[in-house]
Design a protein around this ligand. Structure first.
Ligand code: ADP
Ligand code: MG
Length: 457
């Protein structure tokens, strides 16, 4: 069958070539030059692994920490079982620190070119906002519009693939384009550490300090990698404090909220004093919009029904949505398939491995009956319009749980609550979210309801 000749039957080397093409599309030329081009594919080993020659361990780590997900999608394996083996070439020239050209002349430079690590394709324009992430996009845009009035620290946290890095870079790009005299550095925590190590080795630590302390904006990605690295943590904290003292802007991303990071209380306190926002998974409407936006940016037209079919099956991670799109495009290009004519069965067969597996069968009915039992109120009251406090609170809890746990559109969920509107649902969701952040007991109660509904005994 024609369709069977998709990605699955391609050799490891062909898949690697596909990966390189995808990366070229999605990364800045600098990133490609620095981190991807140095990787040389040497063919397949006897045990059916792709042998990759890298000049140093950083290039390997960069690949694995940034692209494991993408590679696992392409190879169709788990992240921990990627068919890759690395040869580290210790004779290659040492990787140069790229933050500065001349260590002796760091501080006075005002940038004229885009900061090196900024991915120019991560902009506010390419970040699709829906109900769940509109607030965070507006907050990030607001801070980037007036970086000098930002109140210092913005902390974005949330699970992987939800757009934290995208927003961080979008802020950097916006500031770079609209505030030409602003000195910006954008780097991952890993890069900060590498930079520090390099400067320690070169005995140029004073220059490094000067470099960071002369910045106007510091954008740091994935601060969770600073955990359990005490020496680096101290130096980061010093940098951080010095920038705060001078009223500079620091934006940090993390996969955990500040309180849950195992870092010193000194640094956590500092982070908590800023604005902390959680990046939430996009709802169904937003996932469809993201998929269509990404497709149209690549010159592909995806019908609404096809986008909906995919978006209903991949949730909680936008990177996976992109993975599905990449695979569709690759199948179209290599299999000569028209995306207009494909059936849902075909997609299920070709993209099934990307679909979120653990979709629990939670329904509005389960939620209503669980909330009714827990709060001792009638289901009819939960669906009704009474404004009595002992009913409105459980009703808001049920709506919150429905929005969190169901994959249906907000409109559909709202209408299952006796025909409520989409904005009533969102209002309820926000109220409960606020209560959860200020009241531990409510938070625990709702978290346990969530767990119960996902795994009913
Ligand atoms: P994180 O840093 O949270 O792990 P990323 O910022 O790397 O996630 O996002 C993963 C991918 O998903 C990126 O390619 C990004 O462009 C895309 N993405 C995430 N959220 C959105 C969104 N709301 N609109 C458009 N693209 C998004
Ligand atoms: Mg990220």
């Amino acid at each position: 069958m024609l369709f069977k000749t998709g990605i699955m039957s391609r050799s490891l080397q062909e898949i690697w070539q596909q990966f390189l093409l995808d990366v070229q599309d999605s990364c800045s030329p600098l990133e490609v030059r620095k981190w991807i081009n140095p990787i040389k594919c040497q063919g397949e080993s006897n045990d059916k692994k792709l042998v990759l020659h890298v000049p140093n361990v950083f290039v390997k780590e960069h690949l694995l920490s940034n692209y494991s997900q993408k590679l696992s999608l392409l190879f169709g394996t788990k992240k921990s079982q990627l068919p890759l083996t690395f040869c580290i070439d210790s004779t290659a020239p040492k990787k140069q620190v790229h933050y500065v050209k001349d260590n002796t002349n760091l501080a006075p430079l005002k940038q004229r070119t885009r900061p090196q690590n900024l991915n120019a394709s991560y902009t506010f324009d390419s970040f699709v906002a829906g109900t769940s992430n509109q607030f965070i996009k507006s907050a990030a845009e607001g801070v980037a519009t007036q970086p000098g009035h930002a109140g210092n620290v913005l902390f974005l946290h949330g699970s992987v693939g939800l757009g934290k890095t995208h927003l961080l870079h979008a802020m950097g790009n916006h500031i770079f384009e609209h505030h030409p005299n602003t000195q910006i550095a954008c780097l991952t925590t890993e890069e900060f550490i590498n930079h520090l190590v390099e400067c320690l080795q070169n005995r140029s630590i004073q220059n490094m300090k000067k470099f960071y302390r002369n910045l106007d904006v510091l954008l740091v990605d994935d601060i969770q990698f600073l955990q359990n690295r005490k020496n680096f943590e101290d130096e980061f904290c010093n940098t951080f404090e010095s920038l705060i003292t001078h009223n500079k802007l620091i934006v940090i991303t993390s996969d955990l909220p500040p309180k849950q990071l195992s870092l010193s209380s000194r640094i956590i306190d500092r982070m908590q004093k800023g604005l902390t926002i959680e990046v939430l998974p996009p709802d169904l409407e937003t996932r469809v919009a993201i998929l269509q936006d990404k497709a149209s940016r690549r010159g592909v037209s995806l019908s609404t029904s096809l986008s909906l079919f995919i978006a209903e099956r991949i949730f909680g991670n936008v990177r996976q949505l992109e993975g599905a799109l990449n695979r569709l495009i690759a199948l179209r290009d290599h299999g000569g398939i028209s995306l207009k004519d494909i059936s849902q069965e075909w997609i299920e067969q070709e993209l099934g491995s990307l679909f979120t597996k653990t979709m629990q069968k939670v329904s509005v009915e389960n939620i209503l009956s669980h909330v009714s039992e827990t709060f001792k109120v009638q289901i009819s009251d939960l669906k009704g319009t009474s404004r009595a406090q002992h009913i409105t609170f459980p009703r808001q809890v049920a709506m919150y749980l429905a929005k969190e746990l169901l994959q249906d559109s907000l409109l559909k969920i709202a209408s299952s609550f006796g025909g409520k509107t989409h904005s009533t649902l969102l209002h309820a969701w926000k109220k409960i979210k606020e209560k959860m952040s200020s009241d531990k007991e409510i938070q625990q109660k709702i978290e346990s309801a969530k767990t119960y509904l996902k795994n009913p005994r």
